[in-house]
Design a protein around this ligand. Structure first.
Ligand code: ZN
Length: 323
């Protein structure tokens, strides 16, 4: 995948391509923006272009270097990321990197180091990283990616040139999903619910989201708001979050219908008939309350709660709001 494969024509990509073409690429970048909008993809593409044997404006995708990067085994493209979802980047991984940086690139012209989710590096690790930034040789390009830049030390931030990545257009995501074999219906629904994140859309596709949606809706909505925690999507904390997101999007849509909003504003446009029917049972105030209950439940999920009690209370409260 090269520049030409990048979805839409994001400003971030245009900016970086121009800088690259003019030979004024900085030594350290921070790619900030929501998850799943192409930050990693951009870092990989840059590494390809900087090392491509054909030395053109875009990666050729054919040379030895491009193919090695694509396959993830080029020794001059280094990714540093948290080992798991819940862990941080430790000082050890930064120290390890330092040794490598003291040497010339192994095979390519430019070594590229990508620190994924830099805000998740410990303060100690960030300080070590800062030291490294100060001594970075010219043959190295450092890229930090971040979803929440507030977690990055100001001293580190001040050393980086920041490039902001915005969410992708829903239409672009829709087209991409269709090319990946999604049906028109699936592509339309997922692209709306992904809120600009291709990564999110793709993982929803992988999880057979439409089926899951049907299951959650049928289960919670059609059966008088009864929550059966034996059901897969209500059985563990990790799955409850996405199920609650889904319900939140449903009540959000009900609100849109209630307020007379246009059909194309709906996230579940394909369920318009059901939404219209259901909206008869709701006042705007009650919908507001239901949405607050759902957000509150999401909040409680972050803490150690008894899942069964949380879900039963939620179901009872939402049911009481429905007329
Ligand atoms: Zn190439």
């Amino acid at each position: 995948m090269s520049f030409k494969d990048i979805l839409g024509k994001p400003v971030a990509v245009k900016t970086l391509r121009n800088t690259l073409a003019s030979g004024r690429l900085s030594g350290t970048y921070l790619f900030s923006g929501p998850a799943g909008v192409g930050k990693r993809f951009m870092a990989r593409t840059l590494a390809k272009v900087l090392n491509c044997e054909k030395m053109q404006e875009d990666a050729c995708e054919e040379c030895f270097s491009c193919r090695k990067i694509e396959a993830g085994n080029h020794p001059d493209l280094l990714w540093i990321e948290p080992a798991e979802k819940s862990t941080s980047i430790s000082i050890e991984s930064i120290r390890f990197l330092k040794k490598d940086l003291a040497l010339k690139p192994w095979e390519g012209r430019r070594r590229v180091v990508v620190l994924i989710e830099a805000e998740r590096a410990t303060e100690e690790a960030q300080n070590a990283f800062l030291k490294m930034l100060e001594e970075t040789p010219e043959s190295t390009l450092i890229i930090l990616t971040s979803v929440k830049t507030e977690g990055i030390l100001p001293t580190v931030l001040s050393r980086c040139k920041q490039v902001r990545f915005e969410g992708l257009a829903s239409m672009d995501i829709q087209e991409f999903l269709k090319k990946r074999g999604a049906s028109a219906e699936e592509a339309a629904v997922l692209s709306r619910l992904a809120h600009g994140s291709l990564g999110k859309a793709l993982s929803m596709k992988e999880e057979n989201f439409l089926e899951k949606r049907l299951d959650v809706f049928n289960h919670f909505l059609d059966r008088a708001y009864h929550i059966d925690e034996e059901r897969d999507f209500f059985s563990e904390k990790e799955k409850v979050g996405p199920a609650l997101d889904l319900l939140t999007s449903w009540y959000r849509d009900l609100w849109v219908v209630k307020e007379g909003g246009k059909e194309e504003l709906l996230l579940h446009e394909d369920r318009f008939a059901d939404l219209e029917k259901e909206s008869g049972h709701w006042s705007t105030d009650a919908l507001f309350e239901a949405l607050s209950e759902l957000l509150l439940a999401q909040d409680h999920l972050e803490h150690h709660v008894n899942l069964k009690i949380l879900l039963s209370l939620l179901a009872r409260r939402v049911k009481a709001l429905r007329g």
